[in-house]
Ligand binder design. Structure first.
Ligand SMILES: [Zn+2]
Length: 435
């Protein structure tokens, strides 16, 4: 279902509020274990050690947790005012309460419960693995062994790199079934974090997903060939060699945040953000929207990502006037006419031609599991189109279903390797197969 929406899916959450309404008298307000598990006279050794450490340190310093960790109380547990068992009791947290750890110190975790921030002994907290589910995208948090069966003893088929992204086929007892290099096997699901949304051709800015449009309407096209997108004004080139008539969206809000610079604008283009020279901008596309004399074969004979401008054309009915290989234009126009007849609107195009420089930038930024290896994607010849990652263009969506069934009549295909069952599943990419 992760594909079916452009919105990240929310994981299930145990809500502490529900537990709060339970009468507090029903709980054993012991610190930190339940009455039947420990004689009332005894001192809990673990907690004692913690408090001794606390005494030794005396600093009162807290170490900020590097990542927000979700924990669960394994018993009815006291929330204390400081990381010490002799400090003031603020509340009793029922067994099974889910908490976020904001800091740790000497065997204690700082948590917030019932509107109060306090400390809980780590001995009675356990980390809650964010349970990944079948059909979701998982990202590996460590290098893993892919095993034949859902256990830690069966044959190792291959290794799975850290930060790889995989679709989880099945879940079984703490193991997730994934496919790696054509081999179906199992990894421990606790080492997979849920990827909320399929990362696509677009890029993350400060961990936030963005697109070319990003809600922006201030549109330009590049008026020179070989334009540069830079990290900062006169700074590092993020993407060089941007072709003439590439669409550019100005982001005035970010530009002002960064500090406006005369002669430069802050833009979203090619799925990335950065600075471009205003002298490279035009308010309209001058690219031809007419099919050319060139054949697909001639375009495919060019170096991937370095298709000459004369072999590219703009899609006339696309508001962004996206560039594609000109021989593919006629069939795309026909496909769009049929689509429009069916749905009363044009096909939404997100991306078509992508230069080698753009591919390289993606490869560096996103890595092998998201970006296509530079020089291999049909986008590099302008013979592929991507639709936006919206519900209607997803596997469950009406547009996708129609395109999958009909595009081949117009020499556009959705390839088998991109089908839903594939680890490379992608609904919104179609390839041109005409001549
Ligand atoms: Zn694509």
């Amino acid at each position: 279902m992760i594909w079916s929406s452009s919105r990240p899916q929310l994981g299930f959450k145990r809500v502490a509020v529900v537990l709060l309404v339970a009468p507090i008298v029903a709980l054993a307000p012991l610190d930190p274990v339940q009455a039947q598990q420990i004689p009332s006279s005894s001192v809990n050794a673990a907690e004692l050690i913690s408090s001794l450490k606390e005494t030794t340190l005396q600093s009162g310093l807290t170490v900020a947790a590097t990542t927000v960790r979700t924990v669960e109380t394994t018993t009815n547990l006291n929330l204390r005012s400081s990381p010490s068992s002799s400090s003031k009791k603020l509340a009793v947290m029922p067994k099974g309460t889910e908490l976020s750890v904001s800091a740790t110190h000497a065997g204690w975790s700082q948590v917030r419960y019932g509107g109060k921030t306090g400390w809980a002994s780590n001995d009675y907290l356990r980390t809650v693995a964010k349970a990944i589910r079948a059909g979701e995208l998982g990202k590996t948090t460590a290098e893993l062994k892919l095993r034949q069966n859902a256990n830690t003893v069966s044959k190792v088929l291959t290794t799975v790199p850290k930060a790889g992204i995989f679709t989880v086929k099945r879940i079984s007892g703490g193991f997730a079934q994934i496919i790696r290099r054509g081999k179906t096997g199992w990894v421990q699901s606790k080492y997979l974090s849920t990827v909320a949304q399929k990362p696509g051709r677009e890029i993350y800015i400060d961990q936030k997903y963005t697109s070319n449009r990003a809600g922006l309407t201030d549109i330009y096209w590049t008026r020179v060939s070989g334009g540069d997108l830079r990290e900062s004004v006169n700074g590092k080139i993020l993407i060089g060699d941007i072709p003439r008539n590439s669409v550019v969206y100005r982001d005035l809000k970010l530009e002002k945040t960064a500090g406006s610079v005369s002669g430069w604008i802050f833009v979203h283009t090619q799925g990335m953000t950065g600075w471009m020279k205003t002298s490279q901008m035009s308010r309209k596309s001058t690219a031809t929207t007419k099919p050319s004399k060139y054949t697909a074969k001639q375009v495919l004979a060019q170096t991937n990502g370095k298709v000459p401008e004369k072999m590219l054309a703009a899609i006339a009915w696309d508001p962004e006037k996206t560039l594609i290989a000109s021989p593919a234009l006629k069939d795309l126009n026909r496909l769009n006419a049929a689509f429009k007849k069916k749905f009363g609107k044009n096909i939404d195009i997100d991306l078509a031609y992508r230069t080698r420089a753009t591919q390289d930038a993606y490869w560096i930024k996103l890595g092998p599991y998201v970006a296509a290896r530079p020089g291999t994607s049909n986008h590099g010849w302008g013979t592929a189109i991507d639709m936006p990652e919206t519900y209607d263009y997803s596997f469950r969506g009406k547009y996708f279903k129609w395109l999958k069934a009909n595009s081949k009549n117009y020499n556009w295909v959705h390839r088998k390797i991109l089908e839903e069952e594939s680890p490379y599943a992608e609904a919104w990419h179609f390839d041109y197969v005409g001549r």
